[in-house]
Each structure stands twice: as structure tokens, then as C-alpha cells.
Write a protein that binds this ligand. Structure first.
Ligand code: ZN
Length: 187
């Protein structure tokens, strides 16, 4: 089973170099993205939603032109290991998810997905072998259409210098920038 333009072994290497290790979530995500891509007409502009910040955004960035940086990929954290790819302007596309009803006989994937055993006790090679064997057979897919408010560009409006830190920020965030409103992560 190929994953986009890659053989399975090639994809493992690509994942390792981009993500830092052979992440089961990104590898499974590769099957999810290539499954979704095949459902869409060729030659259209695609946007993507990942329903989790974990793993799936990297699979989408590796296999589609959609990145967080170019804004074609959005993370909408619904806590589900699922993604959708859709035509940019009309928002028609497909959503791919893991179907729990299809996990019988897939103990490694079940243990991983439901965190039934500690990560340190999970045999990752065995898990990756099971993901390879399972491929798309554990996935579900359905057509989706995005709500209008999720289509098109998000505009930031006017920019001015923050009165406290002096750096440029979108005026619509308030009188001072978000960092100076207390949202800064830094000590
Ligand atoms: Zn500021």
C-alpha cells in the first residue's frame, strides 16, 4: 500500500525526518490523507482541517500543499483523530476518521488509540506493522461540507504598535496586544 507518492518504507523515513521519530499517529495519518485525497477531483484547490493538534497536522503537511503557515490547514481541536480535505471555495469534501467498529483483531492499534497501556510498554515496531497491515481498513469516510464561516481568508484587519511592548499587533485584539493582556507564555 502506497502513501501518496511514497512507498510505505519511504514514508517512514519522511516522517522520521520531519516529525523527529516514526510516529504511529503520523503514519496512520498518511493513510488517512491519501484516502481522502483520492476522493477529491484532481486539479482543485484544497484546504484541510485537522480535528486534533497531534500528529495529523504533520501528515497533512507532508502529503498536501496545505500547511499551518500558508493558512490552508486549520487545526480545529475537537479532540477526535480525524481530518477533512475539501475544495477551498465551496467547502465540499470528505472527512476521514478511525472507525472503532473496525478495530477488532487490531490489538496494538486499540491499545495505542485508547491509551490502554503506557507508551513505554507499547511495542512500537509491532504497532507500526499493524498500522501497515490495517491500512485503510480501519478508517471511515463520509462527505462533508464546511460552514461558510470556515471558508476563505481570515482577515486580521488594521495593525498598529502595541502601547505596552511596542510591537505590531492586530487592533481588533484590544487596546494592547494579546501578550500584554496576559496571554504571554513566558516567565
Ligand atoms: Zn504588547
Amino acid at each position: 500500500m502506497e502513501i501518496g507518492p511514497y512507498s510505505f518504507e519511504e514514508f517512514l523515513k519522511v516522517v522520521e525526518s520531519f516529525h523527529g521519530h516514526q510516529s504511529p499517529g503520523v503514519i496512520l495519518g498518511g493513510f488517512m490523507v491519501s484516502y481522502a485525497l483520492e476522493q477529491l477531483p484532481r486539479g482543485i484547490l484544497i484546504d484541510a482541517v485537522s480535528e486534533t493538534p497531534a500528529c495529523l497536522p504533520d501528515a497533512i503537511q507532508l502529503l498536501t500543499p496545505c500547511t499551518l503557515g500558508n493558512g490552508w490547514l486549520k487545526v480545529i481541536n475537537l479532540g477526535r483523530f480525524a481530518l477533512s480535505l475539501y475544495e477551498k471555495y465551496e467547502g465540499k469534501g470528505v472527512r476521514v476518521f478511525i472507525d472503532p467498529a473496525k478495530l477488532d483483531g487490531r490489538p496494538q492499534i486499540r491499545n495505542w488509540l485508547f491509551k490502554l497501556i503506557p507508551k513505554s510498554e507499547q511495542d512500537r515496531d509491532l504497532l507500526i506493522a499493524e498500522i501497515r497491515q490495517a491500512g485503510r481498513s480501519i478508517l471511515g469516510m463520509r462527505p462533508v461540507r464546511l460552514k461558510r464561516e470556515h471558508l476563505g481568508k481570515t482577515r486580521r484587519g488594521a495593525i498598529s504598535n502595541c502601547g505596552m511592548c511596542g510591537e505590531p499587533y492586530p487592533e481588533r485584539d484590544g487596546l494592547v496586544c494579546r501578550a500584554c493582556q496576559g496571554q504571554s507564555p513566558y516567565v
